[in-house]
Design a protein around this ligand. Structure first.
Ligand code: PAF
Length: 301
């Protein structure tokens, strides 16, 4: 494993591996790595000769300064996790791992002027809640594509809308990169793994699995209930959780769902009836505040 903090140095190293005909996979991350990220890195190592993992908390995708300031930064632990994965599972496999950990100045030596638009894809869910977020994601991902020039790039399905945005970005900029979507990794109690989970208090962490429990029950309800009824039930169940489970919710601890939307799995446009999703299928995407932490999750219907 090699660590780079300069863009020029990793470009040089990548030029060498490319001249040897080796394939490159890119795993963009904001660090605070967990098993979800490791599943992306594992997949990338299986499918490529060289894997570039970027660890960069991208300031221009945060529309909330406090969220940016509180985003966990654990670079040493991240490096140890990546190294351990390579040693324990890919020892002798002749795979190379490059970890890019640039500063903000290194990534953005000039003020960022580019703006990306994603039409209807960004008019739903995260889009209205986080103005400028997806453009900020697109800017950094394109920069990482330009640096790594990968054949494949790996993204998690937990950020379902981000995945659709990245696929759209690839069409806009016409880069021949295969986007590999990797399934959500969950803790044993069902909570979707997220770097933000480490900011939850023990009491909040204990009730957080109710998000996935509620979504799983919603998937069962979808077999006989209308879309609107399922949506209302999900929002109501989480909003009233603290009233029904008083003993588990000390000091005003409660879920504050921001949205739960049922959308066509490809176009991400909200559907009113299950049949409207057609062959694409439907997914439910949720964002919930808990203990000052914003959590997202997805259920496939
Ligand atoms: O999903 C994330 O962690 C980030 O949005 C990404 C893709 C690394 C861009 O900063």
């Amino acid at each position: 494993m090699q660590k780079f903090d300069k863009v020029a140095s990793i470009r040089e190293a990548l030029a060498v591996v490319r001249s040897q005909g080796k394939s490159v996979g890119l795993v963009p991350t904001m660090g605070a790595l967990h098993d979800g990220h490791l599943s992306l890195i594992r997949k990338a190592l299986e499918q490529n000769d060289v894997v570039v993992v970027s660890v960069f908390v991208n300031p221009i995708q945060f529309n909330n300064k406090e969220d940016l300031a509180k985003y966990p930064r654990t670079v040493d632990a991240d490096m140890a996790l990546i190294e351990n994965l390579q040693k324990s599972e890919f020892d002798g496999a002749k795979k190379e791992l490059f970890v890019l950990v640039p500063s903000v100045e290194e990534m953005y030596p000039e003020p960022v002027k580019e703006v990306y638009h994603f039409g209807a894809l960004e008019e739903v869910m995260e889009g209205p809640q986080r103005p400028g977020h997806f453009s900020g994601v697109a800017v950094v991902v394109r920069r990482l594509f330009d640096i790594a020039e990968p054949q494949r790039a790996y993204f998690g399905e937990k950020d379902y809308q981000q995945l659709a945005i990245i696929r759209n970005l690839i069409e806009q900029i016409k880069y021949p990169i295969e986007i590999v979507a990797c399934p959500i990794v969950r803790a044993d109690d069902g909570l979707a793994l997220s770097s933000r989970n480490m900011r939850l208090s023990p009491a909040a962490r204990a009730i957080a699995p109710a998000i996935n429990d509620t979504l799983q029950q919603a998937a069962e309800m979808a077999e006989c209930e209308d879309v609107d009824d399922v949506k209302e039930w999900v929002m109501g169940t989480l909003s009233s959780f603290h009233e029904v489970n008083e003993e588990q919710c000390p000091d005003g601890l409660k879920f504050e769902p921001e949205y739960f939307e049922v959308v066509n799995a490809k176009t991400l446009q909200p559907i009113e009836n299950w049949e409207d999703a057609g062959g694409d299928g439907a997914v439910g995407c949720i964002a919930v505040w808990l203990d000052g932490v914003r959590l997202i999750d997805v259920v496939k219907f």
